[in-house]
Design a protein around this ligand. Structure first.
Ligand SMILES: *[C@@H]1O[C@H](CO)[C@@H](O)[C@H](O)[C@H]1NC(C)=O
Ligand SMILES: *[C@@H]1O[C@H](CO)[C@@H](O)[C@H](O)[C@H]1NC(C)=O
Ligand SMILES: *[C@@H]1O[C@H](CO)[C@@H](O)[C@H](O)[C@H]1NC(C)=O
Ligand SMILES: *[C@@H]1O[C@H](CO)[C@@H](O)[C@H](O)[C@H]1NC(C)=O
Ligand SMILES: *[C@@H]1O[C@H](CO)[C@@H](O)[C@H](O)[C@H]1NC(C)=O
Ligand SMILES: *[C@@H]1O[C@H](CO)[C@@H](O)[C@H](O)[C@H]1NC(C)=O
Ligand SMILES: *[C@@H]1O[C@H](CO)[C@@H](O)[C@H](O)[C@H]1NC(C)=O
Length: 742
């Protein structure tokens, strides 16, 4: 059913207007070149816990509480509450992803009783799968919270049957399913970062299994950890690097400040001597990650949310990390890139210390650092062939000086992507370094808390210089399917994006939520079909213009004939898209109130503080010209305001003055067999490429929903400063808004 526009909310609007001014601090935040219509979602395959055979009506997402997913080649393993699923991604399905195997792994009644006696809720006293790793070619290693008594075991990848005995999950898996943990196998050893106790006080980086002694971080020492939240771990060279955030001990502020860190340990560490650091790391060091926007008032994004694996970008080994601001501050997210060689270099730099509990933290003078360098990896053939042979002086220094003085600089000394005026923070990241037909483009997918994905094209070599910025905001699309994954009735917790993983072989992204996993294609090229300018102007490396007049998905290695211009150099000379823009302009000339005027007047109303009308309309023509603009976000609706600079509004009413800069390329827009200008009332302006189905009529205007006949994909594209219409509603005839449609 078409929904009426949301009521105006003057207070947040004015607040955001003010923030818009503060926004001058940040780099420009252009809107996406394209926003995928929400209806596309209904075509994406989803896993909601169904098995082979027919769907029974009672089967559904209600009982799922997914914790972890692991993709191994073309197989997806899903760790749930009390269950483990195996889902084959091949052959590709267009409807439902079903499991081929399911293993139920419940906690014993006795474990549940003990859990309940310790005062935990019934819902928490279950077995949540928190570690799901590949151990060898045919074995999975799985840990469950097991009603606050974690256990781990080997499982057969093929049958999902347990292999061998359970082992304790302590220090490998959290007790409380709400706690973040990371786990990684390297050389047969399991590296974990989690909390080791019921009360979640003792945070630890732990090594176990394999043939080296188990090691841990020093217990209850706030120099080592202070309320850490572990995000990711990667193996690089002879070390394992852990990414996390924690309370900064070195910043003596009145309030607690969270900072982001990278810590590392030597894989071959054997622990200290019986006197110092016995069964503890001798190589643990940590450093701050610096993701900040340069300027007069240096702005830090301190809250690390997600990190990619090490990828090669522009010839460097790089991790991309998503940061946000603290939840009680201006909402904002940023993506910074860190070169692993620079990370490693910081660990070769100065140490930082606090001489007495009251003094400030200062660098340790180089002549006070013992030799060999504390934190280095001992190896046979060196002066000390094992870490346990280090003299006490070195071990004592490591124990008391885990913090490095310098922060790790981000590549280019600035974030590669900044988003400050979004309702939801960005919390997940996936990167494709082999995008496009030649596999030589880099595309970054950023997932928001609620599953909106922002897709960026990255130019790694442009990052270190140039003000144009190293990224192009290609597309925005949704991944959460409320029809299958549960309406937001379950609160936003049910819509929390747990993970976002690239599945290159299928050209898809796997987005996991507590109640479902959705597979979403990395691109929706067909929405540009019928219009060369749109297809090429999308700058999407996954899309190409085929000679038959369609816009096709180009997987890696596509060698057919197609045209593409990822650099977006020019869309001039590509012809026009049949009459579309003309049609709407013609209507305007016919004497109807133009949308531009409407926007201009409502903006004027906001600015002079007059009554806020219920209308906010983004105008797609402003898309590419939005420079130095303010973006105002009003719930689902986004109003793109173009002010000054090249971003003059096109006004064609009598007093007509400003015309658009003729040098700026026209925006890509939607081709349409039946050109129609559709207005999503109060939300945004759409151009629709499919047949309009009349849904009902109200008060002299027809209200319709953009829908498509079977076989065609719906392609109502609402281009605004960053959001798609959830329900594109269109107005026909001279309704109250004065909009005219086809
Ligand atoms: C392993 O632990 C689970 C959960 O407590 C239990 O159901 C299972 O029986 C245990 N398996 C073995 C072999 O002990
Ligand atoms: C995944 O595929 C690669 C390449 O085909 C193969 O070498 C590897 O053994 C596969 N991994 C598993 C766990 O089957
Ligand atoms: C789990 O599998 C690994 C090899 O994949 C083996 O070394 C180990 O002993 C197994 N553990 C248990 C408890 O069976
Ligand atoms: C980026 O620059 C590096 C070194 O300057 C070079 O090795 C690499 O090939 C470049 N990458 C691209 C995509 O041009
Ligand atoms: C280190 O050297 C000592 C003798 O100098 C030897 O006994 C020991 O096995 C060596 N340790 C390692 C890990 O190579
Ligand atoms: C972070 O990087 C910026 C830009 O290079 C620099 O000005 C600032 O001092 C750095 N902050 C820290 C804590 O190192
Ligand atoms: C990617 O490869 C194609 C074909 O070799 C080349 O034309 C294009 O310039 C390359 N793009 C980048 C960014 O390296």
């Amino acid at each position: 059913k078409p929904t009426p526009p949301p009521p105006p909310r003057p207070a947040p609007l004015l607040l955001l207007l003010l923030l818009g001014r503060a926004n001058g601090l940040f780099p420009e935040e252009p809107p996406p070149l394209s926003v995928a219509p929400r209806d596309y979602l209904n075509h994406y395959p989803v896993f909601v816990g169904s098995g082979p055979g027919r769907l029974t009506p009672t089967e559904g997402a209600d009982d799922l509480n997914i914790q972890r997913v692991l993709r191994v080649n073309r197989t997806l393993f899903i760790g749930d509450r009390d269950n483990l699923y195996r889902v084959e991604l091949e052959p590709p399905t267009t409807t439902e992803l079903r499991y081929q195997r399911k293993l139920t792994w419940r906690s014993n009644p006795s474990d549940i009783n003990v859990c309940r006696m310790k005062g935990k809720q019934e819902g928490e006293c279950r077995n949540f799968v928190k570690v799901l790793l590949l151990r060898d070619e045919s074995t999975l290693f799985v840990c469950g919270s097991n009603a606050f008594n974690p256990v781990c075991a080997n499982y057969s990848m093929d049958t999902l049957q347990p292999l061998g005995d359970n082992i304790s999950g302590m220090a490998r898996c959290p007790y409380d399913p709400k706690h973040a943990n990371v786990a990684l196998f390297s050389e047969g050893m399991l590296f974990t970062a989690t909390v080791t106790d019921f009360l979640a006080i003792d945070a630890v980086i732990y090594r176990s299994l394999g043939d080296r002694p188990t090691l841990r971080t020093v217990k209850h020492d706030s120099k080592w950890f202070k309320e850490p939240y572990f995000v990711h771990a990667v193996e690089w060279g002879s070390h394992i690097y852990f990414f996390f955030r924690e309370i900064a001990m070195e910043l003596n502020y009145l309030e607690k400040v969270v900072v982001s860190r990278v810590a590392r340990v030597c894989k071959n560490d054997l622990g200290g001597s019986p006197r110092v650091l016995e069964k503890q790391w001798t190589s643990f060091l940590k450093a701050r990650l610096n993701c900040s926007v340069p300027g007069d008032s240096h702005f830090y994004f301190n809250v690390l949310q997600a990190v990619t694996g090490v990828v090669s970008l522009g010839g460097r080994p790089v991790v991309l990390a998503v940061f946000s601001t603290p939840s009680n501050s201006i909402p904002g997210s940023a993506v910074c890139a860190f070169d692993m060689t620079q990370v490693a270099a910081v660990f070769e730099g100065r140490f930082r210390e606090q001489k007495s509990p009251e003094s400030i933290w200062t660098p340790v003078p180089e002549d006070q650092v013992p030799r060999p360098r504390p934190g280095c990896c001992a190896a046979p053939g060196m002066q000390y062939n094992a870490s346990s042979a280090f003299p006490d002086e070195i071990l004592n220094f490591v124990k008391t000086h885990p913090l490095m003085d310098e922060a790790v600089p981000s590549l280019g000394h600035a974030p590669w992507i900044v988003r400050t005026l979004m309702r939801h923070q960005l919390t997940r990241v996936a990167v494709d370094v082999g995008a496009g037909p030649w596999g030589n483009h880099t595309v970054v997918f950023l997932g928001s808390e609620v599953g909106t994905v922002l897709k960026f094209l990255i130019w790694p070599n442009a990052s270190t210089s140039g003000t144009t910025g190293p990224s192009v905001f290609l597309e925005e699309f949704e991944t959460y399917r409320p029809d299958r994954c549960g309406r937001s009735g379950g609160g936003e917790a049910g819509q929390r994006l747990l993970s976002l993983e690239l599945d290159t072989a299928s050209g898809g992204l796997l987005a996991a939520f507590p109640r479902c996993v959705v597979r979403v294609p990395v691109a929706r090229c067909q929405q540009y079909s019928g219009c060369m300018k749109n297809c090429i102007g999308s700058q999407d490396p996954y899309c190409g213009w085929a000679p038959d007049g369609s816009c096709i998905f180009l997987s890696s290695g596509t060698r057919g004939a197609f045209e593409q211009d990822v650099s977006g150099a020019s869309t001039a000379g590509l012809g026009d898209c049949t009459g579309l823009l003309r049609a709407s302009l013609a209507e305007e000339r016919a004497g109807l109130v133009s949308v531009n005027l409407l926007v201009t007047s409502s903006v004027a109303a906001f600015v002079v503080g007059a009554v806020v009308s219920g209308f906010s309309v983004g105008w797609y023509v402003g898309l590419r010209e939005r420079r130095a603009g303010i973006s105002i976000q009003l719930h689902n609706s986004v109003l793109g305001v173009s002010a000054g600079g090249r971003g003059a509004w096109r006004r064609r009413d009598g007093g007509g003055a400003a015309s658009a800069d003729p040098t700026s390329p026209p925006p890509p827009f939607q081709a349409s067999p039946q050109p129609r200008l559709l207005a999503c009332v109060g939300v945004c302006v759409c151009v629709c490429a499919c047949r309009v189905r009349v849904q009902g009529a109200r008060k002299g205007r027809e209200v319709c929903v953009c829908a498509c006949p079977r076989g065609l994909l719906p392609a109502c594209v609402c281009v605004t400063a960053g959001h798609a219409c959830s329900v594109p509603v269109c107005v026909r005839g001279g309704g109250p808004s004065g909009l005219s449609v086809g």
